[in-house]
Design a protein around this ligand. Sequence first.
Ligand code: NAD
Ligand code: IPM
Ligand code: MN
Length: 359
Amino acid sequence: MNAKIVLLPGDGIGPEVIAEAKKVLEAVGTKFDHEFQFESHLIGGIAIDETGNPLPEPTLSACRSADGILLGAVGGPKWDDPNAKTRPEAGLLKIRKELGLFANLRPITTHEFLIDSSPLRREFVEGTDILFVRELTGGIYFGPSGLEKHDDGTETASSTMVYSTHEVERVVRIAAEAAQKRSGRLTSVDKANVLEASRLWRKVAERVVREEFPDLEYDVVLVDAMAMHLISRPSTFDVVVTGNMFGDILTDEGSMLPGSMGLLPSASLGSDGPGLYEPIHGSAPNIANKGIANPLATILAAAMMLRHSLNLEEEANAIEAAVDSVLRSGARTKDLARGDESTLSTIEMGDRVCSELTT
Ligand code: NAD
Ligand code: IPM
Ligand code: MN
């Protein structure tokens, strides 16, 4: 197959982890005889520095005509001035919105061979296999917002959580379809005891499940309680569907079940067009340019891209199997290591996955 893959390395550790994922994709291309054409484009802080815009037009148009898009991360202290005209994160939000990527799949699975990398006790994390489906183009991230300056020098700022019937229906359908293919359990997470937007979410989600997916085992959990259940009984969840901000927060929390954010990939999908694939972690400015970032989340995001956008299931499985066996062999980047265990650099970890793939 011939495919155009757009790489958006971005900021901080973004370029380091994207370089490893690209290497792995090249190894897969060679092994399975595919022609992947890579194009790198600007996004985030580096795009602001070079063009003044966190999502320059050439990046957006390259993405529109891509078969798959792989993103590193955006952001960093250099661009954190609260009074700045724009921010790196605005580029990421805009690309998600422009491409209509409303469903963000974030799988969280623990593995026997990694359980000791989790800060949580074995008996809690064992057997966890959750698919979070996070709504990605609505909610408080995209509702009306404003900043009002008062005469006395103080200010009032607002961000509004908005959901419409259609937005809830389509993401719940994606989650319910995924649950049908997995263990048949779906949990919807909201804050319907307080928020009007959550009450609509709950009403619509329940209707979609009742009318269209009556065989699912369905329940509803409030987000504050979910933050607790995610730690105390993670293995009881199968697919979890929730709004934009709740999904953002719960999945960072959930990354501690397998042991590190450096392990968690994600796929952002719309109803048509290319998907966007990225690790759930950010640009990790505290470890950028040190060669120690874990590239596995991005490598696993590349596998999700092969599966969901290029329809290359066997190739995606091959990457996932290679990552599993590298980890099973005891290879660890710093984020996964315990005590004085020896560690691999970002590049060494990428190399190990490539050589596992080609043997
Ligand atoms: P972060 O995810 O960048 O880092 C949180 C912690 O996890 C840090 O200690 C970091 O060192 C560690 N970590 C993250 N990825 C790792 C990896 N691959 N290997 C090893 N350790 C890893 O979150 P933050 O520090 O809160 O945010 C930093 C910047 O990243 C901010 O500007 C934020 O807006 C941005 N961000 C971007 C994205 C994205 O581009 N999708 C996601 C989250 C945060
Ligand atoms: C993520 C990030 C982004 C989000 C930020 C950087 C806009 O935290 O992808 O999880 O909140 O969606
Ligand atoms: Mn996040």
